[in-house]
Design a protein around this ligand. Structure first.
Ligand SMILES: [Zn+2]
Length: 388
């Protein structure tokens, strides 16, 4: 729909009145249907931004029309003069003009999007600003911008998609129970993400662990991957130390690497009340994990890497380093060569982001919706080049 619209916007100077009904239909029909409830005009302004600015990626037709026509005119200046017989055609000049016009247009649109976002934010409850700023500051939209594909198992069902979309905008997902059936507290998103009911938090953690284990198996071979490995037996009165995943050959040939996964809610009252930054929350968890595992791994050649992530998909520093390392390892594999680092790293992030969105929705709604689907792609053959 965007591509067809864009083609029209580039060649015809579209009048605002003609497009207003389309924008109105998006604001009043499409977005409420996707979110499962009414949407305020300021929320609409935020949602109609590109995903990298915290939007949904559904673009405002008025903005697109205003930007596309002048950019198209500027980029075809050389060729149109030549068609009119006013100047000879030089392909080099034509290419340079296109590059310049598109870069300029992108810069202008970026400024316009930021201005629009800043104008909308004051009209939204301040308690939602933390989550809104994360979606614009960090790349948390992998689940939203990945093309759903059966080969890659990147589809989310309607409830999973709706939950993730509502949480992206700090909204209460529709259809949740009013009270927690385990401890009878009001079932807010924050409560659902930390309550120990039915072991849902553990299952969310295990879903991400299994996705990581599958990805590690793809990059370094399934044979060396083990889950839930005891690194140090508990002494009298003390618990032991267990790693979520241990794999061989990850950082060094033949050496074992251990990983532990931690999913944290950065909007939990203890963090939000002190206005703790996302980076400092992630760092705190990484430091605590490293401290816990230091004594267990110091006498052996086993390395340790904490994989810390927020519920909405902001990764800690060490996890980012590991994801990049994994992308380089996959690029060495048959079937992945020649795909480009950013493509493979984007693919890994999308898989993790979708696993996290599924697992978080499962945590909100309880265990009545069946189990998780696995990763479902063995060699990257199903990668769609258009997905990030
Ligand atoms: Zn509860």
């Amino acid at each position: 729909m965007h591509a067809i619209g864009d083609l029209g916007f580039r060649v015809v100077l579209t009048d605002e009145c003609a497009l207003s009904p389309l924008r109105e239909a998006i604001a009043k029909e499409l977005l409420p249907a996707l979110l499962g409830g009414p949407v305020t005009p300021s929320e609409v302004d935020l949602m109609l931004l590109p995903a990298r600015h915290g939007g949904t990626g559904i673009r405002d037709p008025l903005d697109r029309a205003a930007a596309a026509y002048p950019a198209s005119r500027a980029s075809t200046k050389v060729v149109s003069k030549s068609v009119q017989g006013k100047a000879p055609f030089h392909p080099g000049d034509h290419r340079a003009t296109i590059r310049h016009a598109l870069t300029r247009s992108k810069q202008q649109q970026d400024v316009a999007h930021k201005t629009k976002r800043e104008a909308a934010l004051p009209h939204i409850d301040r308690r939602r600003h933390r989550v809104l700023s994360r979606s614009a500051e960090y790349k948390t939209s992998g689940w939203l911008t990945t093309l759903p594909s059966t080969d890659n198992n990147t589809g989310l069902d309607a409830a999973e998609f709706r939950d993730a979309l509502n949480m992206r905008y700090g909204r209460h997902p529709p259809g949740l129970a009013a009270r927690c059936d385990h401890c009878n507290q009001p079932l807010t998103v924050d409560h659902a993400l930390c309550c120990k009911r039915y072991g849902l938090v553990i299952r969310r953690h295990d879903e991400l662990r299994d996705t990581f284990a599958e990805l590690i198996g793809m990059a370094w071979g399934d044979a060396g991957v083990r889950r839930e490995v005891v690194l140090k037996e508990g002494e009298e009165g003390e618990g032991g130390v267990r790693a979520d995943i241990v794999a061989r050959g990850v950082w060094e040939r033949q050496a074992a690497a251990s990983f532990d996964i931690c999913i944290t809610d950065p909007d939990a009252t203890s963090y939000a009340s002190k206005n703790r930054s996302t980076k400092s929350i992630l760092k705190q968890h990484e430091t605590a994990k490293k401290k816990k595992y230091r004594s267990a791994v110091c006498d052996s050649r086993v390395t340790f890497c904490p994989l810390v992530v927020t519920c909405d998909g902001v990764w800690g520093h060490d996890a980012n380093v590991f994801i990049a390392h994994m992308a380089h390892a996959l690029l060495e594999k048959e079937g992945w060569k020649g795909r480009g680092f950013s493509h493979v790293s984007g693919w890994i992030r999308s898989r993790l982001s979708i696993a996290l969105a599924r697992a978080t929705s499962f945590c909100l709604r309880g265990g009545g919706r069946g189990g998780f689907a696995g990763l479902g792609c063995a060699d990257g053959a199903g990668i769609d080049p258009s997905s990030p």
